[in-house]
Design a protein around this ligand. Sequence first.
Ligand SMILES: Nc1ncnc2c1ncn2[C@@H]1O[C@H](COP(=O)(O)OP(=O)(O)OP(=O)(O)O)[C@@H](O)[C@H]1O
Length: 309
Amino acid sequence: MLKVENLYKNFGKVNAVDGVSFEVKKGDVFGLLGPNGAGKSTTISMISTLLAPSSGEILYDGKSIFDNQKSVRQRLGVVPQEIALYPTLSGYENLRFWGSIYGLKGSELKNRIEEVSDIIELNGRLKDRVDKYSGGMKRRLNIGAALLHMPEMLIMDEPTVGIDPQSRNHILDTVLKLNNQGITIIYTSHYMEEVEYLCNKVCIMDEGKIIASGSQDELVEMIREKTQINVRLNRVDGLISEKLKEIKGVSDARISDDTVVLHGDNADTLLADIALKVSENGMFIKSIDVKKPNLEAVFLHLTGKALRD
Ligand SMILES: Nc1ncnc2c1ncn2[C@@H]1O[C@H](COP(=O)(O)OP(=O)(O)OP(=O)(O)O)[C@@H](O)[C@H]1O
């Protein structure tokens, strides 16, 4: 559906986007994950046809988006990081304004505003002025504005920055709901948890480059980091850690206070074996804590720094 090929954008000496390539397929929730300044917004601005690349190509259904800007803009919905609303107008008036920009009018515009306000769950507050809205409500209205013309792809640039947890959850669930309705999503974030929750495919960006991409399982597989299982026991001794180490799939086991810390490949299959070994040795488990490697670990492994410093 969307192909980004060898994309570059320089601002003077700053290589904001430095040779980026990726592909988004119909139905994806595609995540661009990276810290502040990684180049996510600049990439998104070029895909949205708002910024011309220094070089490289962006193809939508096989055609250059810069040769077909008008039709591409009709097919894309863009939720920018900066809230693009008129504070002194009501929510309804803002939606009417954005709808008219996309050429909607009359009953079609009215019906779409109703449909969209159902999706973003703002129907009860549409008559209020936007400067009376919370940050989360403004973000939801912004999403609504991007949906009015029924885009087939929605591009969202860090839509949950600076809002309360409840609004954040609402936005995340809206993203999944829209995807279930057939809308392809590009979602940028520096929150690893959001990308893990939403995305079937992830590109990790840092300093203008894609440093890794794939499904979450593929990315975690790539760093070959093991799952950590902390088994807290009623008592521990050297024998039990040796016995647990004998389990197929466990790569190491060491004792820390009343806990045996194991590393292994697949927690799901190991847990039953661990429980069995512990009871065979006359002990019992007080608690088990499983820490699977995540995208944060992938970023740390590849860059030597945390996603959020
Ligand atoms: N218009 C501009 N002029 C000069 N430098 C820019 C401009 N836009 C972005 N940059 C620089 O390009 C780099 C990438 O910025 P970009 O906003 O794309 O990153 P980002 O990953 O979206 O981060 P953020 O979440 O902070 O927006 C940064 O170093 C930024 O300072």
